[in-house]
Ligand binder design. Structure first.
Ligand code: ATP
Ligand code: MG
Length: 264
């Protein structure tokens, strides 16, 4: 099974940015095969990675729903057809594949797309060494259980008490829903010059959250994003990128080693 890394947290905290940086890290270090999963209906992981996407899982829902007769091309069953379309949804990028959930057109619930996504990630989990999942903001995706098992979850927070409160709710919900999350770490992103305040550190301590590290607020990231340049193209010496990579060196690398040893 793929070693699965997922990102959760409040809106706009940097989940997609850090998910993109993680994909780039795994690929650059040649740690194994990688599937990047954009599980946010408002998908934008592809733009952080600089990849074009033609077709999403949400569109499969529309196709199947609109297929009233239940007759699929080439005499395929519905299940066969779903599988066939799923393979087509996989975007082959440089050193990794990308799967985008997307949103079903019009109104309607995401249950089907979520179901397809869960099945897809289950099925694909055996074909990759790593799965990196960028989730939508908030907590709902946790209760929808879009993935069965996560080895490492990063709760991404902005540098505010409210952000840490939200990260704590993620921790609580994982416990309440008994989700299969191996470990949860907090990352505080967009930390201003002065670093973390005493209040923030106290809040982290109060909630017994494990802080993986902090990522500084960085003008260059902001600038690249505003100019529509894929964030994975920021120079390696960029402060935010290099601080985040240190977190991955400290937290992710040793866990991958253990995971690989177990799998031998
Ligand atoms: N360390 C940083 N310094 C400066 N800007 C950053 C940093 N991290 C992320 N950003 C910017 O913050 C914005 C939000 O980031 P991002 O889209 O990754 O957040 P998100 O948590 O995925 O948002 P959403 O909840 O909408 O999916 C983006 O414009 C991104 O470029
Ligand atoms: Mg996002």
């Amino acid at each position: 099974m793929a070693y699965t890394i997922a990102f959760a947290g409040k809106g706009g905290t940097g989940k997609t940015t850090l998910a993109g940086f993680t994909v780039d890290y795994l690929v650059e270090k040649k740690l194994g095969t990688v599937l990047a999963v954009d599980a946010d209906p408002n998908s934008n992981l592809n733009s952080v990675l600089g990849v074009e996407v033609d077709f999403t899982l949400g569109e499969i829902r529309e196709e199947v729903k609109n297929n009233k007769e239940g007759v699929f091309p080439g005499g395929m069953t519905k299940a066969e057809y779903l599988n066939f379309r799923l393979q087509q949804c996989l975007v082959e990028a440089k050193g990794y594949d990308l799967l985008v959930m997307g949103r079903p057109e019009g109104q309607g619930c995401y249950c089907f797309a979520n179901g397809v996504l869960r099945e897809a990630t289950d099925k694909l989990s055996d074909s990759y060494d790593f799965m990196v999942i960028d989730n939508e903001a908030g907590l709902e995706h946790l209760s929808r259980r879009t993935t069965k098992k996560v080895d490492l979850m990063f709760a991404v927070s902005e540098c505010s008490k409210r952000g840490i409160d939200a990260a704590n709710r993620i921790k609580d919900l994982i416990g309440e829903l008994k989700l299969d999350v191996g470990e949860l770490f907090l990352i505080i992103n967009r930390v201003p010059e002065g670093g973390l305040t005493e209040e923030i550190l106290d809040t982290v301590k109060k909630y017994k959250l494990t802080l993986a590290g902090t990522v500084p607020l960085d003008e260059e990231i902001y600038d690249y994003d505003n100019r529509g340049v894929p964030l994975v193209k920021v120079p390696r010496e960029n402060r935010a990128l290099s601080e985040y990579r240190k977190i991955l060196d400290n937290i992710l690398l040793p866990r991958i080693e253990i995971h690989n040893k177990k799998g031998q």
